[in-house]
Design a protein around this ligand. Structure first.
Ligand code: CO
Length: 211
C-alpha cells in the first residue's frame, strides 16, 4: 500500500475544500454553525475503518468514540463523557457499536500474546471467550473463531451501554436512543447488522432504576 506524505495530505485537504465549495458555497459556513449528529458511533481504532467512506455519511452525522476493539468500559472516563454528551446534549437517536472481522485486539485477547497495557485492555474479551469457550472452540477454523468472538464482543458492548447510569436514566425518561450492534467485514467492505435484541437489557435497566 502506498501512503500519502504529510504534504500530500495537506494538498488533498485543499483539493477537497475547493471541491466542496464548488458544489455548495455555504458548506463550511453551515458546518461551523454547530453539530446535531443523529448517531453516536463506537468503533475500533483500526486504520482501515474509514467511517465516512464505509457509511456514505457526511461530516456532522456521526459523533465518534473509538478505541482498541471497540470497548464500552464503565470505568473509562473518556467514553462515559462522550456517552453523556451524546445522550443529554446532542440527543442522538441511535448508538452504533461496530466491531470488525480481522480485529487485532480480538486476536491479541484470544492468543494471549499482547504485552503490557494492551493485555489489560483486552481482558474483557478474554472473559467473553472463557464464558463462550464451548461455542467458539466448536467452530472449524481459527478465522471463524476470531470472527465469532468479534461478534460476541459487540453484543457484550451493546449490553454494557445499558449498564451505564446515563442510559438507565434516559430509558426512564423514555428518551433513550436505539442501540445497534454491527460488524464490519474488512475483506468485503460490507457492514453486517447483528440485529442485537436489546429488550431484555432495557427492562433490566428500568427495574434497576426503580429501586
Ligand atoms: Co480492531
Amino acid at each position: 500500500m502506498k501512503y500519502n506524505s504529510i504534504e500530500e495530505i495537506i494538498k488533498n485537504n485543499r483539493a477537497w475544500v475547493a471541491q466542496k465549495q464548488a458544489q455548495d458555497r455555504t458548506y463550511f459556513e453551515e458546518m461551523a454553525s454547530g453539530q446535531k449528529p443523529p448517531y453516536l458511533y463506537i468503533g475500533c481504532s483500526d486504520s482501515r475503518l474509514a467511517l465516512t467512506k464505509f457509511t456514505g455519511t457526511e461530516p456532522g452525522e456521526l459523533f465518534v468514540h473509538r478505541n482498541i476493539a471497540n470497548q464500552v468500559s464503565l470505568t473509562d472516563m473518556n467514553f462515559l463523557a462522550i456517552l453523556n454528551y451524546a445522550i443529554i446534549h446532542l440527543e442522538v437517536k441511535h448508538i452504533i457499536v461496530a466491531g470488525h472481522y480481522g480485529c487485532g485486539g480480538i486476536k491479541a485477547a484470544l492468543e494471549g500474546r499482547a504485552i503490557g497495557i494492551i493485555d489489560n485492555w483486552v481482558n474483557p474479551i478474554r472473559e467473553i471467550y472463557l464464558q463462550k469457550q464451548e461455542e467458539i472452540d466448536a467452530l472449524p477454523t481459527k478465522e471463524e473463531r476470531l470472527n465469532r468472538l468479534a461478534e460476541l464482543n459487540v453484543i457484550l458492548q451493546v449490553k454494557n451501554i445499558y449498564q451505564t447510569s446515563i442510559m438507565r436514566q434516559s430509558l426512564q425518561q423514555q428518551k433513550a436512543p436505539e442501540v445497534h450492534g454491527w460488524v464490519v467485514d474488512i475483506s468485503t467492505g460490507l457492514i453486517k447488522d447483528l440485529e442485537v435484541s436489546t429488550k431484555q437489557w432495557q427492562l433490566r435497566s428500568l427495574v434497576a432504576a426503580a429501586f
